[in-house]
Design a protein around this ligand. Structure first.
Ligand code: GRF
Length: 190
């Protein structure tokens, strides 16, 4: 059977992108065909280059990223799009073509702390400020609204009394790295 091809999209440090690439290296039925970033200065760039996985980036920030990306997706015959810290909104045309085939990970227990402007340290700082006793990760399909698509998987962690943004962010990253690739594998190899 043909291997299922995934493209990973990211804008930041790239720890999830790197982790997913490593997980699917030499996988019998899934392959990462390329990683795409809209930010040439992202930490992700060096991580992916080191792995030898194809990397494409948006050269001109003023350009509409979706034109070039759409070409790359067809050219590489991509089956699934995996978002790993991608900060651009996914255009409606992609959602139509990749119905329930675009997956995102979010560092909170959605629907809490989701939506526009909710990302990274900002989420963790609010979680602590509001005295939440738990937080976690959500893996979900992408739809027209930010962080509002069908939830596939959630994993909780405790927020302790002396939790800091840094310690919570480390806890959450650990969960992301432990679960995102395996959940993707389940979705793709169903
Ligand atoms: C992760 O926390 C993920 O939940 C969110 O963006 C962050 C990306 O981190 N969507 P990294 O670039 O993979 O390190």
């Amino acid at each position: 059977m043909k291997k299922q091809k995934i493209a990973i999209l990211g804008s930041g440090a790239g720890t999830n992108a790197e982790n997913i690439c490593l997980y699917f290296k030499n996988h019998p039925s899934v392959e990462v065909v390329f990683v795409y970033t809209n930010n040439e200065k992202a930490g992700l760039v060096n991580k992916i280059k080191k792995l030898g996985v194809s990397l494409f980036s948006l050269k001109n920030k003023k350009e509409d990223f979706s034109v070039g990306l759409s070409f790359l997706l067809s050219e590489h015959d991509v089956d699934y799009i995996v978002l790993a810290g991608f900060l651009k909104k996914i255009p409606a045309s992609f959602l139509k073509k990749y119905n329930q085939k675009i997956v995102n990970i979010h560092p909170s227990l959605l629907p809490k702390y989701g939506g526009k402007g909710m990302y990274g340290a900002h989420i963790h700082s609010l979680v602590i400020k509001n005295g939440e006793v738990e937080s976690g990760i959500t893996i979900h399909f992408v739809n027209e609204e930010y962080d509002a698509g069908l939830i596939i998987f959630q994993k909780k962690c405790t927020v302790s009394k002396n939790e800091t943004i840094k310690s919570l962010s480390l806890k959450i990253k650990k969960l992301e790295h432990a679960f995102y690739p395996a959940v993707l594998e389940k979705i793709i190899c169903k």
